[in-house]
Design a protein around this ligand. Structure first.
Ligand SMILES: Cc1cc2nc3c(=O)[nH]c(=O)nc-3n(C[C@H](O)[C@H](O)[C@H](O)COP(=O)(O)OP(=O)(O)OC[C@H]3O[C@@H](n4cnc5c(N)ncnc54)[C@H](O)[C@@H]3O)c2cc1C
Length: 391
């Protein structure tokens, strides 16, 4: 089977895939190369994906979305990456709203979901990570203190991607100190922050230049006031609320890695058939074939785990282990494919015009974000294998 052929008879998302492919064809390599060179956000691409309704795939129909299952959203992001585009510019708009959908009040959902679905408001920013706490989320310091009918927020977030291109942020902050909490994950709360108002009153955003074009930032809160009505669910239970959203995030990013792996393998096999050295195509050499065949097998196996995790998520089963494994295996598969693709292209793998070095830099991120490989392995060791907690 070629990687250009999906399991047509069994894949219910062929039509969506086809639509995404057509849209992505309008945004070829040169579009992404220019933005990459200049560090510019792909506003036209994001507008096109929003207008086509792909970013509201997971919002229920009653709120103006398409009410599609997670597997459909995974198919959309996979196709974006597979076409050589970069869904990281907007993927969070798909899943961040899940916390609001599952835990928000009827009024919050009525107020925000339809405008997010239409694209009138962008919910692209997810403020969790902080410089001093890193992966240890329970140690975040950003604090939201209740003051009458508002909360007053002070602190700092880092790696808050797309915040300059978002109207709203889903913010995790402490509302009571870790020392005062019965469990270390208690005492954190989650808010919808209207950044348009906050940027005039205490919120400062500073871009961070990174190895790929990712529009990530650090964000400073200096007495930023959030109306109490923007607290999602109960005060102190925020960490639980974002956890189920994190499973969706891991599954969708794993799907992006599958798309990346397909792009790399397709590009490399095409080149290996055409490039003639020593009077024969380089792809005739097993030394060139095997890394590609291995990456292909890794990708197909990871793809099955992505499908399994998505199915479990859709039926409401606890998919923590599967979502984490999907992310781990898919990120490894895309990295193996990226490495094999560069190697297959020899010197040309380093030339910007082939897009390989750009995709190589982009897919490298998924060994670290949204959760690093080590932390997934620790999760599996502790929660699946029952080994002692290592940290
Ligand atoms: C480009 C980019 C975009 C991002 N976007 C967002 C975003 O939009 N919102 C957001 O909230 N965050 C975002 N992040 C943050 C991302 O989720 C974190 O970088 C990631 O979770 C790792 O955290 P850290 O960087 O603090 O690493 P650290 O926690 O400091 O870890 C550093 C290294 O040590 C290892 N390590 C740490 N503890 C252990 C342990 N106990 N056992 C074994 N190994 C360990 C880690 O695996 C890692 O390799 C983004 C990051 C990047 C780089």
């Amino acid at each position: 089977m070629s990687i250009d052929v999906d399991l047509e008879e069994t894949d219910p998302h062929q039509e969506i895939r086809e639509g995404v492919r057509k849209l992505c064809a309008q945004f070829p390599g040169e579009y992404w190369r220019k933005l990459d060179r200049e560090g510019i956000y792909p506003a036209e691409f994001v507008r096109a994906v929003t207008t086509a309704g792909y970013l509201s795939a997971l919002i229920p129909e009653e709120y103006g979305g398409s009410g599609l299952p997670l597997a459909a959203a995974a198919a959309i992001l996979e196709e974006i990456q597979r076409a050589g585009c970069n869904g990281a510019a907007c993927h969070a708009q798909m899943y961040i709203m899940g916390t609001l959908l599952r835990h928000g009040s009827a009024e919050q959902k009525r107020r925000y979901l339809p405008v997010i679905a239409s694209g009138a408001l962008r919910l692209q920013a997810f403020g969790v990570t902080e410089p001093s706490s890193g992966t240890d989320t329970s140690s975040i310091k950003t604090f939201a203190r209740r003051d009458g009918d508002h909360y007053v927020v002070n602190g700092q977030k880092i790696w808050t991607s797309r915040s300059e291109h978002s109207d709203l942020m889903l913010l995790l902050a402490r509302t009571s100190a870790k020392e005062d909490a019965a469990r270390r994950t208690d005492g954190m709360s989650v808010f919808i922050l209207d950044m348009r108002a906050a940027r005039q009153a205490g919120l400062t955003i500073r871009p961070i230049r990174t190895m790929m074009n990712h529009s990530t930032t650090e964000v400073f809160f200096d007495n930023v006031r959030i109306p109490a009505e923007n607290l999602i669910g109960e005060e102190g239970r925020g960490f639980r609320y974002i956890l189920s959203g994190m499973n969706a995030e891991r599954i969708l990013i794993a799907a992006e890695c599958i798309g990346d792996a397909k792009w790399f393998i397709s590009k490399a096999t095409g080149y290996a058939k055409e490039r003639v050295v020593f009077g024969r195509p380089i792809g005739q050499n097993q030394g060139v074939q095997f890394p590609l065949a291995k990456a292909y097998a890794q990708m197909r196996a990871a793809e099955l785990m992505v499908q399994k995790a998505a199915t479990m998520f859709e039926v409401g089963r606890n998919c923590g282990a599967e979502a984490n494994m999907a992310k781990l295996l898919a990120a490894d598969a895309s990295w193996a494919a990226a490495e094999a693709c560069v190697q297959t292209h020899g010197g040309f793998g380093f030339a910007a015009e082939y897009d390989i070095e750009r995709k190589f830099r982009e897919t490298r991120l998924y060994q670290v974000a949204p959760i690093s490989t080590n932390l997934i392995l620790s999760y599996l060791a502790e929660h699946v294998l029952g080994l002692p907690r290592s940290y």
